[in-house]
Ligand binder design. Sequence first.
Ligand SMILES: CC(C)(COP(=O)(O)OP(=O)(O)OC[C@H]1O[C@@H](n2cnc3c(N)ncnc32)[C@H](O)[C@@H]1OP(=O)(O)O)[C@@H](O)C(=O)NCCC(=O)NCCS
Length: 194
Amino acid sequence: MVVTTGKPCNAADAPLLANPSGPGRFPLPMKEAAAVSIAPAQEVDLTLILGLIKELADYENLSNQVVATEAGLRHALFGPRPAAEALVARVDAECAGFALYFHNFSTFLGRHGLYLEDLFVRPAFRGLGVGKALLGHLARVALERHCGRFEWAVLDWNTPARNFYESLGAEANPAWVNYRITGEALERLARGRA
Ligand SMILES: CC(C)(COP(=O)(O)OP(=O)(O)OC[C@H]1O[C@@H](n2cnc3c(N)ncnc32)[C@H](O)[C@@H]1OP(=O)(O)O)[C@@H](O)C(=O)NCCC(=O)NCCS
């Protein structure tokens, strides 16, 4: 059973199918049907969320890049001008995963969009429909908030996640290449020394 709780996704409050694949259809080695609940993160979830961010970074072999702190996340998620929002997924009251997202903007569409920064389901809870429930919740948020797009990036080697996204109807966009400037290069550019 998938139950989505908390605003702004009241439309999703109705329980959905227990088996996310539908009756008799289990493309992954399916575990027992689980009670999945999705709720907006609360301040008390911050330690949990930082732990999940570190688990995701470990999965992506990027642990050395994680400098986030609980205080920083508190300010970003629950401060006076929140920069991002998060959802926590639970299975039978146990923390199963999370999603962290924020709004971006498309000038071409002239509308804001929804950008998924992190999606992570703990290994023991994979194949139960948790990832799909988190993305489904976010799809409803995107529609309720009149977003023009719902998008995210994925590491090119992350074939399981890419297959998962494509199984939901998402499409890769290889025409675009991400750029990032940080550290000394950022300082040099800012000071006119690039
Ligand atoms: C990718 C991830 C979020 C998927 O979550 P999950 O809870 O295991 O996936 P679900 O059980 O919700 O699967 C939903 C659907 O996707 C399909 N799916 C899931 N993983 C899949 C895979 N590796 N290949 C193909 N399809 C897959 C399922 O079969 C299911 O289809 P159905 O609805 O037709 O039955 C999870 O595996 C994860 O956290 N991976 C590690 C972190 C990661 O890669 N995060 C994304 C970073 S961009």
